[in-house]
Write a protein that binds this ligand. Structure first.
Ligand SMILES: Nc1nc2c(ncn2[C@@H]2O[C@H](COP(=O)(O)OP(=O)(O)OP(=O)(O)O)[C@@H](O)[C@H]2O)c(=O)[nH]1
Ligand SMILES: [Mg+2]
Length: 265
């Protein structure tokens, strides 16, 4: 294996109202990974996050901003960021939150794992050496149980499939039909990991210390947790139940259940 993945990595930062973090996190990423292009995907944050990124661009041309018309969720933001990065010749695609939950200094280790042959490198809280700091006990419990459930249902040997700090090798990402990826929050991370593993790529977990957000407010909602559980259940069942193995049946079932969730919100 060569070192192609780390040559032109694109680091994609989805943002919604991250004005208090965005300048510092973009600078920290550029310092940690000088070869990177940083792409901020902003959903028209009312607090002017995108304009702050535009300001940084005047002194660093490796910083970009993709402005989207309105808040459409993490999954949609990443999908459009991935497309732009691939079209621009990215050799790796890195996901990182804007709120300093993830330490940019770990990105080189993620990229090294790709250079060593992984299709996906996950910054993992739940392998030896990993940890979670400052999270309320309840959120930690939901996260741990959710991950147990996902790996059980999907038969994946991944300890932190919901993690949002990760790097994909560009060739692996190109094999995924992003138009068919449908989940939004944690479910989006699980879905991408599942697709990568089904394609036969190796998934490496790099231990990280996760920190609670530094500033600004959370966009986490119970809807995102329910969606992730529901999708894992359907994907898990369709591995075992022949009737569900037909993709269109799965899609229709998911559509119905999503309508139900939306109605109950
Ligand atoms: N573009 C875009 N970014 C989003 C959206 N929702 C969340 N984000 C960003 O995605 C990242 C993760 O969201 P967070 O709100 O930190 O979610 P979390 O980490 O589960 O929860 P907290 O850390 O408690 O806030 C952050 O950088 C957010 O700004 C969205 O709808 N669109
Ligand atoms: Mg966060």
């Amino acid at each position: 294996m060569g070192h192609t993945a780390s040559q032109h990595p694109w680091v994609i930062v989805p943002t919604y109202n991250e004005a208090s973090n965005i300048v510092d996190i973009v600078k920290a990423i550029r310092e940690a990974v000088p070869a990177s292009t940083v792409l901020v995907v902003d959903d028209s944050s009312p607090d002017g996050t995108a304009d702050l990124v535009e300001g940084l661009r005047t002194t660093d041309s490796c910083i970009r901003v993709l402005r989207r018309p309105g808040k459409a969720g993490l999954g949609a933001a990443y999908r459009s960021g991935f497309r732009q990065a691939l079209d621009s010749g990215a050799t790796a695609l890195v996901e990182i939150d804007a709120d300093f939950s993830h330490d940019p200094a770990v990105i080189p280790s993620l990229l090294q794992s790709l250079d060593d042959g992984a299709g996906l490198a996950i910054g993992s809280r739940y392998v030896a050496g990993g940890s979670s700091e400052g999270l309320p006990a309840m959120r930690l419990l939901i996260s741990r149980l959710g991950n147990r459930y996902a790996s059980l249902m999907l038969g994946m040997k991944v300890h932190d499939a919901t993690a949002g700090f990760r790097a994909y090798e560009a060739g692996a990402m190109k094999m995924i039909d992003l138009d068919r990826v449908r989940a939004d929050g944690y479910g989006f991370q699980v879905e991408m990991a599942y697709l990568i593993s089904q394609l036969g790529f190796r998934i490496t977990e790099v231990p990280i210390t996760f920190h609670d957000r530094r500033a600004g407010s959370s966009k986490m909602s119970s809807h995102i947790v329910v969606e992730a559980m529901m999708l894992c259940t359907i994907w898990g069942l369709s591995r075992r139940v022949a009737w569900l193995r037909q993709g269109s049946r799965q899609d229709r079932l998911i559509d119905q259940l999503e309508k139900l969730i939306r109605m109950s919100k």
